[in-house]
Design a protein around this ligand. Structure first.
Ligand SMILES: [Zn+2]
Length: 527
């Protein structure tokens, strides 16, 4: 291992799933694991085989997968008090998981031993020794997770140090220092890591932090600065309570800001994709403000910022967005002037700078629509479609003949919506019907069903978020609603918008824009 190498240990599939909203099936876990392997993560913690049948099934399925770059790891706890390790079902499940490495969690805070586990301090040490020796005798690499290490050290440093030394003496390969409650500050992490460094070499130490103080990434970085060689965390920071350290930020910071080597450069350029992929599988809308990879991470709204960034991107950007696979976005809103529209058009391969009249016409149209409640800074998909239409470069992919949506419920059946739709493509008519759990859902299904015959790539896309907001009507007018849709095709995420007094009409506008955006994007990319 080179001096600058930091090992990246992903626990999205285990600690990540402790998050309130995060659930993966065994099959989804396997898809994510393969993706992490492709990205050269050093360790992938797949789950806790002793705690549930789903994780057991994941490890069974993983046995036939050849991981090229990552070591698959199974997680479990030390043997129960006063039992033999070979009789402990949890340790047996760890062995049966068939992974080259095991993460073994043990208590390192005396309070947890006596008050939670209700056993004595010496028995806890014996549990650690027996469990590690047992796993080592089975040929496993053992990473010992010292649970509550930092809280333990603050309260009883002698006992916590003894726990670490016991694990090492039993043959642990890596000692992972855990801030399990997420309550530590970076300066505390630094000071405690410095002190423990006299007990064992930090080149076999790892750090595992939680984000309860918003410090998980900072704490991981602080530990690395002191010499720790492994960082544990999750993609997008998913995890219990406020989450784990977000490995996306950890890796980007260590590699791009601190000159450490975590993943190959190609994987760093895929971080945005990876983040979106995992949020897609988790069915969680991607967070726009996520550092490095969020859609807003390199978005510029104010006209002054935009003209500055056009001159020199360093003026308002801390890195080149492409380094992490993200891209610069210029938001067009009522703050915007011609330069924003021109920039947006350039992204679409259209040079508007030469066509002053056209730029002015588009800005004028945007402003009129914003007056009606449209908001293009959060709907770049709709804006792209609008620009293409304005310059006459847009061929309507289909024509709506009619649609009809009904919602019904009776005493004993739940509410169900049905939509029928008639469209035509190049004169060929298509009539379909579909159901949904709501009227918009039914309409979305019916429209896509009708179009898939003509445009099979529509099968790649789906909605990830649907937001509705009521806009106050101005004097004498009814209130209207604004619908914002986020769609994805696994590669990109885009937003589209619709505004109407009728929620179905507003949703329809946003749905059509979303499909038109996808088709024109694919066409531009030669698909
Ligand atoms: Zn944790």
């Amino acid at each position: 291992m080179t001096k600058n190498q930091i090992l990246i240990y992903d626990t999205t599939l285990r600690d990540g799933t402790q998050g309130e909203q995060t659930n993966f099936s065994a099959e989804e876990k396997l898809r994510i694991a393969k993706r992490l392997d492709e990205a050269h993560f050093h360790y992938i913690e797949g789950g806790w085989p002793g705690s549930n049948p789903k994780d057991m099934r994941f490890f069974e399925m993983a046995k036939v997968v050849k991981f090229k770059n990552s070591r698959l790891t199974a997680f479990g706890s030390t043997r129960r008090p006063h039992t033999k390790p070979q009789a402990c079902p949890n340790l047996k499940a760890l062995v049966k998981a068939g992974t080259p490495a095991c993460a073994l969690v043990g208590k390192s805070w005396d309070l947890h031993v006596t008050e939670i586990l209700k056993t004595d301090l010496d028995e806890n040490l014996a549990m650690i020794t027996d469990s590690i020796e047992y796993l080592k005798s089975m040929g496993k690499e053992v990473l010992f997770d010292a649970e509550h290490f930092f809280d333990g050290y603050k309260n009883n440093p002698r006992y916590t140090t003894k726990v670490v030394k016991t694990a090492l003496a039993a043959g642990a390969d890596v000692i992972v220092l855990c801030d399990t409650n997420g309550g530590s500050m970076p300066h505390e992490i630094s000071a405690i890591v410095q002190k423990i460094a006299s007990s064992f070499p930090l080149n076999i130490a790892g750090i595992h932090t939680h984000n309860d103080c918003g410090m998980a990434v900072a704490n991981s970085i602080a530990a690395v600065q002191e010499g720790v060689k492994m960082v544990q965390g999750t993609i997008n920071g998913y995890g219990e309570r406020c989450g784990n350290a977000d490995l996306i930020s950890v890796v980007a910071n260590l590699q791009l800001k601190m000159g450490k080597q975590c993943l190959p450069l190609e994987s760093i350029r895929q971080l945005t994709n990876l983040s979106h992929y995992v949020s897609d599988v988790a069915n969680a809308p991607p967070l726009n403000a996520r550092p490095f990879v969020g859609r807003s991470a390199f978005a510029h709204k104010g006209g002054v910022h935009v003209s500055a960034v056009v001159k020199n991107s360093m003026a308002y950007e801390h890195i080149e967005p492409e380094l992490v696979g993200n891209h610069r976005r210029v938001l067009v809103s009522d703050l915007a002037g011609k330069s924003n529209v021109e920039y947006k058009a350039k992204e679409l391969g259209i040079n508007l700078a030469k066509n002053d009249a056209m730029s002015k016409k588009i800005v004028h149209e945007v402003k009129l629509m914003e007056d009606r409640g449209f908001q293009f800074d959060s709907a770049d998909g709709s804006l792209s479609v609008l620009i293409k239409k304005a310059i006459g470069e847009f061929v309507e992919p289909f024509t709506l003949e009619s649609f009809n949506v009904v919602t019904s419920r009776s005493e004993n059946t739940p509410c169900l919506s049905q939509a029928t739709i008639k469209i035509s493509v190049d004169g060929e008519e298509e009539l379909t019907a579909a159901e949904g759990n709501g009227p918009v859902n039914a309409l979305d299904h019916a429209l896509r069903k009708a179009l898939t015959k003509f445009y099979p790539q529509i099968g790649e896309m789906h909605l990830v978020d649907f937001k509705v907001r009521t806009l106050e009507g101005s004097e004498g007018t009814a209130a209207s609603v604004r619908v914002l849709l986020d769609s994805t095709d696994g590669e990109d995420v885009w937003s589209t918008i619709g505004v109407s007094e009728n929620i179905i009409e507003a949703s329809w506008q946003a749905l059509v824009d979303s499909i038109e955006y996808k088709l024109s994007k694919d066409k531009m990319n030669g698909k």
